[in-house]
Design a protein around this ligand. Structure first.
Ligand code: NAD
Ligand code: UFG
Length: 338
């Protein structure tokens, strides 16, 4: 029996494929490469010495997805495929709702047609919105997302909760990621953003490698210890291992279960930048800039439920995240487009 990994060529997907294969699991990957490069999957094979079926298809293409289910024995799905840039979603709401919602609905239809009832979904801490005080726990009321990307995550969580009410045999694990950074310690796979990065760590590594002149730290007048925003950065390998635990959990549980994947620690923007400089023994020029619209002062998880239900805990700290992000960037200055 295999797990279908949608979006398996992307940042989190490729790391999850490595962890799944190293644990002896069978996987099938589908990706349309709209935000990734198939070279990532070639390197997954190189890192693990294992092979797997790989399909170039859009998850919204029902005929293509049905064929994948017909050709393979799929008993569970990890659904990473989706568009994820917050700012772009404000400019292109139709594309975001179309891609993220339709892909999920088509996937659920095809799963139903093939009697597959186990889904692990990539949700986000963004569903907590602005009204909750960290550490954020899964019982807190969900907030109102401030952008179309966040709304797709909230809407898909609702769809999956409704589905689990209707189908008592269905298991949906809604993994709420905090801030994934880092890369595989080999430096062979990592985050490969298109254009100028929006997120902090890829921006820092591109300054470090000389592609960008300096980092702008967005605001140093927040009500936090050093005035810059706090986030719960999590190493992508820890995050990937959380998916393995979630797939196993879904085998013995039904219903929709939201679970945070974070470390529980809040680090500031300057903590991250200074740790990066210290661990990698280099300078990263930065300036303090105005606040960025929509940023919350502090977002970090309570990770207790993941430990309780999944038996999962993070192993890597901020130093390893900074070391591995840089190791990836310096060995692949142009990402997979070398
Ligand atoms: P990514 O863009 O690197 O990976 C997504 C993959 O899905 C890409 O390979 C892309 O080509 C593929 N894809 C997109 N739409 C598709 C479609 N319709 N059909 C087939 N393939 C498609 O992003 P990531 O950082 O690996 O994120 C994975 C998931 O986790 C996404 O759903 C994202 O919203 C969610 N998430 C990410 C973060 C983060 O900070 N990286 C935080 C919270 C949630
Ligand atoms: N930051 C800077 N300079 C930069 C980029 C970011 O100072 O060039 C700061 C931001 O202001 C923020 C922190 O670094 O304080 C982290 O910003 P990111 O953009 O890396 O991450 P966010 O927490 O804003 O966003 C993440 C995910 C989104 C998700 C959101 C809410 O990238 O997908 O968390 O959970 F929606």
């Amino acid at each position: 029996m295999a797990t279908l990994v949608t979006g398996g060529s992307g940042f989190i997907g490729s790391h999850t494929c490595v962890e799944m294969l190293n644990a002896g699991r069978e996987i099938v990957v589908v990706d349309n490469y709209c935000n990734s490069n198939p070279e990532a999957l070639r390197r997954v094979r190189e890192l693990t010495g294992k092979d797997f079926p790989q399909y170039e298809a859009d998850v919204r293409d029902k005929a293509a997805l049905s064929r994948i289910f017909e050709e393979n024995d799929i008993d569970s799905v990890i659904h990473f495929a989706g568009l994820k840039a917050v700012g772009e979603s404000v400019q292109m709401p139709i594309e975001y709702f179309d891609n993220n919602l339709i892909s999920t609905l088509v996937l659920l239809e095809v799963m139903r047609e093939h009697g597959c009832k186990r889904l692990v979904f990539s949700s986000s801490a963004t569903v907590y919105g602005a009204g909750n005080q960290p550490p954020l726990t899964e019982e807190m009321p969900l907030g109102t997302p401030t952008n179309p990307y966040g709304r797709t995550k909230s809407m898909i969580e609702d769809i999956l909760r409704d589905l689990c009410v209707a189908d008592k045999e269905f298991s949906a694990v809604l993994l709420r990621y905090f801030n994934p950074i880092g890369a595989h310690p080999s430096g062979r796979i990592g985050e490969n953003p298109n254009g100028i990065p929006n997120n902090l760590m890829p921006y820092v590594t591109q300054v470090a490698v000389g592609r960008l002149p300096k980092l702008s730290v967005f605001g140093d007048d927040y009500d936090t210890p050093d005035g810059t925003c706090l986030r719960d950065y999590i190493h992508v390998v820890d995050l990937a291992r959380g998916h393995l635990c979630a797939v196993d959990y879904s085998a013995n549980h039904t219903g929709a279960e939201a679970i945070n994947l974070g470390t529980g620690e809040g680090y500031s923007v300057l903590d991250l930048v200074k740790t990066f400089m210290k661990v990698n023994e280099m300078d990263v020029p930065y300036v303090i800039a105005p606040r960025r619209d929509g940023d919350l002062p502090a977002v970090y998880s309570c990770p207790d439920k993941a430990k309780r239900l999944l038996g999962w805990e993070t192993e890597y700290g901020l130093e390893e995240m900074c070391r591995d992000s840089w190791n990836w960037q310096k060995n692949n200055p142009n990402g997979f487009n070398a």
